[in-house]
Design a protein around this ligand. Structure first.
Ligand code: NAD
Length: 350
C-alpha cells in the first residue's frame, strides 16, 4: 500500500518527510486529525530497519494520539514524529533541524518527548520553535509527566474496582504492578497509601528495592508469577504487547488497568478474548492520559495542581466507557474508540 492509500485508510491529514543534508536528519511528521485542536504527540528517535516501518509506526502512533486526546476531553488533535537514527548518536544539529521543520508547520503539530528523546532534546528544539512541550520546569515547562500519569492511572484503577466490587476503595485489594519505574513506583505509592497490598515485577532489582523501601511492603514475582498472580488488578506499567494469547489464559486478575502503552498485542483480538473471559480491561490510552494532560497544562499555563485534578477525572472517564461498553455489548476498547469518534464528529459538525 502506498503512503496516500495508508493516509486515506487511517484518516491522516498530512505527512511531512523531513530531510536535512547538513545534519543528516531524516524524520517523518504525521498529523492525523486537527478537528479538536493542533496535533500533539512525542518525537520518537529509533533506528528503524526500514522507511516503511518508520512510516507505519508514525501513522499508527499519531492516530492513537487523536483518540487519546479526544477521550481525555482535551482540545488537541493527534500527531507524532519519528526521527530515523541511532539513539546512541544524538546530535544538537539533528534536533535543531527537526525544530525548524516543526516550526515550518506553523503550530499544526506540537512536539514533545517520547522514546529516546527527553527534556534535553526538547530544550534544543525550543531554540528553533515555540511549538514544543515537555520542557523542564527550569525552562518554564511542566517537567516529568510521571506523577500526573501515575495519579490518573490510580483513579482509572479505582473506577474499575468500583465496577467490579461495588466500591472504588483500594483498601484490602491486591494490585500486581509490572514495572516500577517513573509511573509504576508512584502508582505503588498511591495504592499503598490507600491500603492496597502490592505485588511487583521488574527487570531492574534496584527499582524494586526503591519501591519496597518507599512502601515498606510487597511481594516480588517473576513475569510468570505476575500473570498468574492471585490479585484483584493487574497493572502493566512497563512494556507493550504483554496481553496476548500466550499470557491471556494465565491471567487470574478480574481487572487489567495500567499505564503501559499498547498493552494488547492485537487491539481487536485480545480485547475480545478478555471480554469473553470476563476480565475487565481498561484501555491503556485512557488510563495513561495523565502525560498528555501534563503537557496540555504546560501549553495553557495551568497553575500547579490543575493537571493532577484533571488526571483524577480519569475516574469518571473510565466509568463512562464501561457504561457504554455494557450498554452496547462491545469491548471497552471499542467503546472508548467510539466515544472519541463521536466527540470528533460532533466538533466537525460545528
Ligand atoms: P520507566 O522507564 O521509568 O519505567 C519502566 C519500568 O519497567 C522500569 O523500572 C523497567 O526496569 C521496567 N521494565 C522494563 N521492561 C520490563 C519487563 N520486560 N518486565 C518487567 N519490567 C520491565 O517508564 P515509565 O515512564 O514509568 O513508563 C512506563 C510505561 O508507561 C511505558 O510503557 C510508557 O510508554 C507508559 N507511559 C508513561 C507515561 C509517563 O508519563 N511517563 C505516560 C504515558 C504512558
Amino acid at each position: 500500500m502506498n503512503c496516500f492509500e495508508q493516509m486515506l485508510e487511517m484518516g491522516h491529514e498530512q505527512v511531512a518527510l523531513c530531510s536535512d543534508r547538513a545534519s543528516g536528519l531524516r524524520a517523518i511528521i504525521a498529523i492525523h486529525d486537527t478537528t479538536l485542536g493542533p496535533s500533539l504527540g512525542g518525537c520518537r528517535l529509533m533506528d528503524y530497519p526500514s522507511e516503511e516501518e518508520a512510516l507505519l509506526d508514525v501513522l499508527r502512533l499519531s492516530r492513537g494520539m487523536t483518540y487519546k486526546a479526544a477521550v481525555a476531553g482535551l482540545d488537541l488533535g493527534g500527531g507524532k514524529a519519528v526521527i530515523i537514527g541511532d539513539p546512541e548518536r544524538k546530535t544538537e544539529e539533528v534536533f535543531r533541524a527537526f525544530g525548524r521543520f516543526v516550526d515550518s508547520l506553523g503550530g499544526r503539530y506540537l512536539t514533545a518527548e517520547d522514546m529516546n528523546t527527553s527534556e534535553r532534546e526538547m530544550a534544543i528544539i525550543r531554540q528553533e520553535t515555540r511549538h514544543v512541550t515537555g520542557l523542564s520546569k527550569k525552562l518554564g515547562g511542566s517537567g516529568d509527566p510521571g506523577p500526573v500519569t501515575a495519579w490518573g492511572t490510580y483513579h482509572g484503577i479505582r473506577a474499575a474496582l468500583e465496577r467490579v466490587y461495588g466500591s472504588p476503595d483500594p483498601r484490602g485489594r491486591t494490585v500486581a504492578i509490572q514495572g516500577v519505574g517513573s509511573v509504576g513506583s508512584r502508582l505503588a505509592h498511591h495504592l499503598h497509601e490507600a491500603g492496597a497490598k502490592l505485588i511487583y515485577n521488574d527487570i531492574k532489582p534496584a527499582n524494586i528495592a526503591r519501591t519496597l523501601e518507599d512502601c515498606g511492603q510487597g511481594t516480588i514475582v517473576d513475569d510468570k508469577g505476575l500473570f498468574a498472580a492471585d490479585c484483584d488488578v493487574l497493572a502493566p506499567c512497563a512494556v507493550g504487547a504483554v496481553i496476548n494469547p500466550r499470557t491471556l489464559d494465565r491471567i487470574r486478575a478480574p481487572i487489567i488497568a495500567g499505564a503501559a502503552n499498547n498493552q494488547l498485542e492485537d487491539d481487536v483480538r485480545d480485547a475480545e478474548a478478555l471480554k469473553a473471559r470476563g476480565i475487565l480491561y481498561v484501555p491503556d490510552y485512557v488510563v495513561n492520559a495523565g502525560g498528555l494532560i501534563n503537557v496540555y497544562g504546560e501549553i495553557h499555563g495551568w497553575p500547579p495542581g490543575k493537571s493532577m485534578d484533571r488526571a483524577a477525572g480519569i475516574f469518571d472517564t473510565v466509568k463512562h466507557i464501561l457504561a457504554v461498553a455494557d450498554e452496547q455489548g462491545i469491548t471497552t476498547v471499542a467503546a472508548s474508540n467510539h466515544i472519541a469518534e463521536e466527540r470528533i464528529a460532533a466538533a466537525a459538525r460545528h
